[in-house]
Design a protein. Structure first.
Length: 104
């Protein structure tokens, strides 16, 4: 399983990428045999009322199942990462349990 983390945020600790990789491996450990690759992208966005937020985009290529894309935007950096990973874990578990036949 290949993990690619692309960080477009400014002023972040260099250990952030290692932390995200650790979170992904922990959350997806039960389904890792179904995953070919993961791309996690972090970026800053400014919403309608001029508040800065973190946007996370998580793309997962699955073996013998359709790929998934999960996006989340939150004002709290850690919440954005956690919510994105939670959504992806839930979607993958459902896809595996239904054999990819359920429309998600």
């Amino acid at each position: 399983m290949k993990i690619d983390i692309q960080n477009a945020l400014d002023n972040l600790d260099p250990t952030v990428e290692a932390d995200i990789q650790r979170r992904l491996l922990l959350a997806l450990s039960k389904v890792k045999s179904h995953i070919s690759s993961i791309t996690f992208i972090l970026s800053d966005v400014v919403n309608e009322i001029d508040h800065h937020a973190t946007h996370c985009s998580l793309s997962i290529t699955l073996k013998r199942l359709s790929d998934i894309l999960v996006e989340e935007t939150q004002t709290d950096f850690n919440s954005a990462i956690d919510r994105t990973i939670q959504k992806a874990t839930h979607i993958i578990s459902r896809k595996i349990s239904t054999g990819g036949n359920e429309r998600l």
